[in-house]
Design a protein around this ligand. Structure first.
Ligand code: SF4
Ligand code: SF4
Length: 105
C-alpha cells in the first residue's frame, strides 16, 4: 500500500506530515514527499488532512483494488465528506458520508 502526492495540487501546508503515524512524510521545497512508501500501512490519515485533494491512495491487488485509487474530499457544507474510488479504466464509485449522522451512537 502506498500513497501518491500530486505536486501540482500540494500547497505545502504540512498537515499530512503532522498526522502520519509512521513519520513517513516530509516537506521539501514547499511540497510533501513520502520518504519510505513501502512502510505506509494505509491508515489514510494524510488523505483526510489534505484539504486540496493532493493525496491519493493506491488500492493494491492485496486488498482487491486492482490498481484503483482512493481520494477523500470535504463538502462545501463542512458536513459531508466524499470517498471516491477510481478504477484504472476511469470508472468512479462515490461514497458520500454525512459526518454528523455517521458519528451518532
Ligand atoms: S496513509 Fe497513513 S501511514 Fe501512509 S503515508 Fe498516509 S498517514 Fe502515513
Ligand atoms: S496536506 Fe496536502 S497540501 Fe498539505 S502538505 Fe500534505 S499533500 Fe500538501
Amino acid at each position: 500500500m502506498s500513497i501518491f502526492i500530486d505536486r501540482n495540487k500540494c500547497v505545502g501546508c504540512g498537515k499530512c506530515a503532522d498526522v502520519c503515524p509512521g513519520n513517513l512524510l516530509k516537506i521539501t521545497d514547499h511540497k510533501a514527499v513520502i520518504r519510505h512508501p513501502e512502510d505506509c500501512w494505509g491508515c489514510t490519515s494524510c488523505l483526510k488532512e489534505c484539504k486540496v485533494e493532493a493525496v491519493k491512495f493506491f488500492l493494491g491487488a492485496d486488498i482487491g483494488g486492482r490498481g484503483s485509487t482512493l481520494t477523500y474530499t470535504y463538502g462545501d457544507d463542512n458536513r459531508t465528506v466524499t470517498w471516491k474510488v477510481i478504477s484504472p479504466d476511469k470508472v468512479e464509485r462515490v461514497i458520500v458520508i454525512d459526518t454528523q449522522k455517521s458519528n451518532k451512537y
